[in-house]
Write a protein of this length. Sequence first.
Length: 185
Amino acid sequence: MKIISMFTSPARPFYQSVTLINLAPISLEKYTEFCCRHFTQEGKELLPEVVINLYERFEGITSYMQKVMNILFTMTPEGGRCLPEMTDIAIKDILDLSSDTYETLLYQMPEKQRAVFQAIAAEGKAEAISGGNFVRKYRLISASSVSSAAKGLLEKDFITFDKGIYQVYDQFFLLWLRYKEGGLL
């Protein structure tokens, strides 16, 4: 059960007991100022392009940005400069640390769910996943098996569905899959 349903489902005990608000991503300008200030306070230089790259890559989602920025901060020596090319190294470090976990999660998925999960990951942002084009493109069994697998993946929070778009929930898991398949970060 998703936690949100506790507050949004009439069948749940806390229905309408809170006011739900949407938090937009922090602006790029504020992120850049914040990150650069923290580097400067410790005698390090952060090029704004690093923050811009991460912001665009992770759509301003704080948890991903914070994790990568933390590694970049650690990688940058006092008096040193954090450069854009350090970003992929930091992300690869995170993926390496999580590799066993992602491998286990992937292995534990039922075969049909794994195939649909990998197809959605390959697509990035997938639409009409039970449509003939998607099913054929990724050599999936059938539209009904894709729908069933997607339902299971949604229930386990491996994927999200919003405004007609399916995508992998954990962006590091997505990057790990792509990297594992020989793709670039």
